[in-house]
Design a binder for this molecule. Structure first.
Ligand code: 7TS
Length: 411
């Protein structure tokens, strides 16, 4: 099937897992890319080639393999930096994932800069990974947390945000795209408003960086956190982008090898960026796989990916809203990425997910690590279907038909 922007038939051939069959020869319909995306063969091969041909520790050997491994690792950093529009590759710090990136900011930047009574603004639609690190800090330091409310339609209430800014917050940390509502938040506007009030900003880009063109300079971003595994790359590797002056002024997070320039028995001097924040042997193969994932996304074009997902989401919202008793949460298609969370009258979200699984359709059910957002809507759980560049309109039809059958079964 040709979408207007991507040759999805061709793309699907790049992902070996998409030809898997389940439960009596049913084709896999993978609608859970918000949890983790599938991997194209170029990513898998880049990691395999690395282990077959190059494997060595980086930054410490003079032998050929060590030099090649270091060049591959640092080359990936350069490409990832360019992908997000960073001024310097040294502003890209490798972490394990979005969660660790946010914790790095909380442990290093925030513990250096925030004192009791300081205000941190978050939103009601955050993933737990952009809530709990700040709650820990609030308990430890007496930081005050405030929240931008979510409207019934699933958007941030920017008028209330404007009022909260009068508290002169030190930090505004928010998700650019919700993993439940799919809402794409106006990041540039939120950041401009924060900067006018004198606050530093942290973007949780776990869902936006895989699905939209994201440019840190255009956004005026101070910090941006994201994970490779949600953007066709491997698990176990993520990025904290930080503005150079902020990172330079921050103390190290983890101590150990590689992050130092010089060590005596009683003291150390920290290494230059980015190594200051990369203690110990990193996930070398994963960084190389991450670089291959970014190459793949660039080849497909982030604008094309966003347009394809937009079209498929609009179609899915249309199809799903025809099903009586099905209630979607989140804004209309123009305002969101490829995430559809819903409930069905009389059927528990987990039962829906289980019935769909029997038909080969993979969706997620639960609170999706956003319990406060579900509390906001008075829901214990939702079922969530999410889309990426390899999903088709036919798969949306299969989902809708399977949901109709589920309704009959429970009706
Ligand atoms: N922030 C957002 C907005 C997310 O969607 C997720 C993961 C994270 C942070 C954490 O990312 P990690 O790579 O550190 O785990 N979201 C989901 C999800 O929606 N279902 O599974 C993981």
């Amino acid at each position: 099937m040709m979408s207007q922007t991507l040759n999805v038939d061709q793309i699907r051939k790049d992902f070996p897992i998409l030809s898997r069959r389940l439960h009596g020869n049913k084709a896999l319909v993978y609608l859970d890319s918000t949890a983790t995306a599938q991997k194209p063969v170029t990513v898998i091969r880049a990691m395999e080639d690395y282990y077959n041909q190059t494997n060595a520790n980086i930054h410490r050997g003079v032998h050929t393999l060590a030099e090649e491994a270091t060049a591959a690792y640092e080359g990936a950093r350069e490409r990832i930096a360019k992908f997000i529009g960073a001024r310097h590759a040294r502003e890209v710090i490798f972490t394990r994932n979005t969660t660790e990136s946010i914790n790095l900011v909380a442990y290093s930047w925030a513990r250096k800069n925030l004192v009791s009574g300081d205000v941190v603004i978050l939103t009601e639609m955050e993933h737990h990974s952009n809530l709990v690190p700040w709650q820990i800090l609030a308990d430890e330091r007496g930081i005050r947390l405030e929240f931008i409310p979510v409207t019934e339609e699933g958007e941030l209430d920017l008028l209330t945000y404007q009022n909260l800014l009068e508290l002169r917050p030190k930090l505004v940390a928010f998700s650019q795209m919700s993993n439940v509502l799919g809402t794409i938040n106006p990041a540039r506007e939120i950041i401009e408003m924060a900067h006018r009030a004198g606050a530093v900003t942290l973007i949780d880009g776990a869902q936006s960086v895989p699905h939209l063109p994201v440019d840190v300079q255009q956004l005026g971003a101070d910090f941006l956190a994201f994970s490779a595994h949600k953007m066709c790359g491997p698990t176990g590797i993520g990025v904290l982008y930080g503005r150079r002056d902020l990172l330079e002024a921050m103390p190290p997070f983890l101590g150990g090898g590689d992050m130092i320039k010089r060590v005596t028995l009683r003291s150390f001097s920290p290494n230059e960026l980015p190594h200051k924040f990369e203690a110990g042997t990193p996930a070398i193969a994963e960084v190389i796989g991450f670089g291959a994932a970014v190459d793949y996304l660039i080849q497909m074009g982030m604008n094309n990916i966003a347009a394809h997902e937009h079209a498929i989401t609009r179609y899915a919202l249309d199809r799903l809203s025809e099903i009586s008793g099905l209630k979607l949460i989140g804004p209309s298609a123009e305002k969101k990425g490829g995430v559809c969370a819903f409930t069905m009258e009389g059927i528990h979200p987990h039962d829906i997910a289980q019935l769909l699984d029997r038909e080969g359709i993979a969706v997620r059910a639960g609170h999706h690590c956003a319990m406060p957002l579900h509390q906001r809507y008075g829901l214990p759980a939702t079922t969530r279907a999410s889309f990426y560049l390899y999903n088709t309109f036919d798969e949306v039809d299969l989902l809708a038909e399977a949901l109709e059958r589920a309704k009959e079964l429970f009706g």
